[in-house]
Design a protein around this ligand. Structure first.
Ligand SMILES: Nc1nc2c(c(=O)[nH]1)N[C@H]1C(S)=C(S)[C@@H](COP(=O)(O)OP(=O)(O)OC[C@H]3O[C@@H](n4cnc5c(N)ncnc54)[C@H](O)[C@@H]3O)O[C@H]1N2
Ligand code: MOO
Length: 396
């Protein structure tokens, strides 16, 4: 299994780096460190709506003995020209407005009568009170985001706050998802006997998108080799990776295998359950191909262990793997010898316990939908008593 993982990893080269407007960067990987060219906050500013004062001018003020100061200036947030505060005066100031030179504190409006031309202050203030200092959040020249960061909303907020207009990010991997199979019909149409609704295509496209890659879905590719090549051909120049599901095992009418073998893709059996039959390679020397088995759970588990980490690495993310936790098994399990088994399971982070969902059948998709982790059973393990410590891959 590790060798097969390595083969797939080698198929995808890092995507090019391109500058993108901040609003188009969510989830993408930053390609170089982002350094702040300004401090944050950029200037000393008020944390409160109130009055900028010299703290010494309010010494001894209280409810019974208010200090009355003239208010010659009003300082709304954004006022650019900001006259200095003269001793014995107060400037009415709003949250976020620049503290005038000469002021060393802000008294909140609630501690005053709220006067406009003169103000009665009912409390004294400590020097520095309610002033947010320049550089308190970020010093000028500091690295605010590191290369490889998968950009989150607050990180994009930081980038905007330091004045970045665009960011150098890795272009997302462009993935084409194909599903084949004469038994498949679109949800929304009536089912004839022998038919099932197509679900792998949508599931894999969603998994690709959730891994912050681009997905294009081609469902119901005809079960015919010529038609298969014809459907692919217009997409080849704009695709980094083709993912197929189904048609890789030992049966007749395996269009994926028939079309891709001899065109750069090799099919093999991997010592893993589910997900034994697999294929990978490069289609006619062009895009990478990963041919996943058709059983829905096999397709999904194979995507998790083979494809997702590679998609993340190619797109420059420094975190490519799911979090692995150690958990205590609440039941006894048996597993096949010589295969790495992945069981659908629910991990409870509060207790550290894990319990499997459903059986091992790779058609049992609802157990996968109910799971929040994959419980990994190593190749050499065939029995796990209740209370064993196991590794779980957190998949949501
Ligand atoms: N004689 C053998 N038979 C099978 C073997 C084997 O080694 N020898 N391996 C089994 C294993 S394990 C798996 S996994 C499957 C893989 O089969 P294929 O990749 O060829 O997939 P299909 O036969 O096309 O489909 C399998 C199953 O999945 C359903 N399916 C397929 N595509 C979709 C889709 N897009 N949406 C929903 N469901 C889908 C399909 O109807 C089948 O039920 O082979 C075993 N057999
Ligand atoms: O590999 Mo199949 O995935 O066991 O069902």
């Amino acid at each position: 299994m590790p060798e097969y993982q390595q083969r797939i990893a080698e198929l995808l080269a890092p995507t090019p780096v391109e500058p993108r407007a901040l609003e188009d960067c969510l989830g993408l990987a930053l390609a170089t460190d982002l350094t702040a060219s300004i401090p944050l906050p950029p200037f000393d500013n008020s944390a409160m709506d109130g009055y900028a004062v010299r703290s010494v001018d309010l010494a001894g003020a209280d409810e019974q003995n208010p200090v009355v100061l003239p208010v010659p200036e009003d300082v709304p947030a954004g006022r650019v020209q900001n006259p200095p505060l003269q001793p014995g005066t107060a400037h009415r100031i709003m949250t976020g407005a620049q503290v005038p030179p000469g002021a060393d504190a802000v008294i909140p409006v609630e501690r005053t009568d709220g006067g406009v031309t003169e103000v009665r202050a009912y409390a004294q203030v400590q020097p520095g009170a309610h002033i947010r200092r320049a550089g308190e959040d970020v010093a000028s020249g500091a690295t605010v985001l590191s290369a490889g960061t998968s950009l989150t909303p607050p990180q994009l907020g930081v980038a905007a706050a330091v004045g970045a207009e665009r960011l150098p990010v890795h272009r997302p991997v462009r993935v084409l998802i194909l599903s084949t199979g004469s038994e498949l019909v679109a949800p929304g149409t009536p089912l004839e006997p022998g038919q099932i609704y197509e679900s792998n295509g949508l599931m894999l496209a969603s998994a690709v998108r959730a891994a912050d890659a681009d997905a294009r879905l081609l469902r119901f590719v005809p079960d015919d080799v010529h038609a298969f090549h014809a459907v692919l051909s217009p997409h080849l120049d704009s695709t980094d990776l083709i993912i197929t599901s189904g048609g890789v095992s030992a049966g007749a009418y395996e269009v994926v295998k028939d079309a891709l073998s001899g065109n750069g893709v090799e099919f093999t059996k991997v010592a893993m359950q589910p997900g034994m039959p697999q294929g990978c390679g490069r289609y006619r020397g062009g895009p990478a191909v990963v041919a996943l088995p058709g059983n829905p759970v096999s397709a999904m588990v194979s995507f998790e262990v083979f494809v997702r980490p590679v998609l993340r690495a190619a797109a420059g993310h420094s975190r490519t793997r799911r979090e692995v936790r150690q958990a205590t098994l609440t039941e006894e399990l048996v597993a096949p010898a010589g295969k790495r088994q992945y069981r659908r399971a629910v991990f409870d982070p509060a207790t550290g316990e894990v319990r499997t969902q459903g059986g091992t059948g790779s058609h049992l998709l609802t157990a996968m939908a109910a799971a929040n982790c994959l419980l990994e059973i190593p190749e050499e393990t065939t029995t796990l008593p209740e209370g064993s410590t196991v590794d779980v891959l957190l998949v949501d």
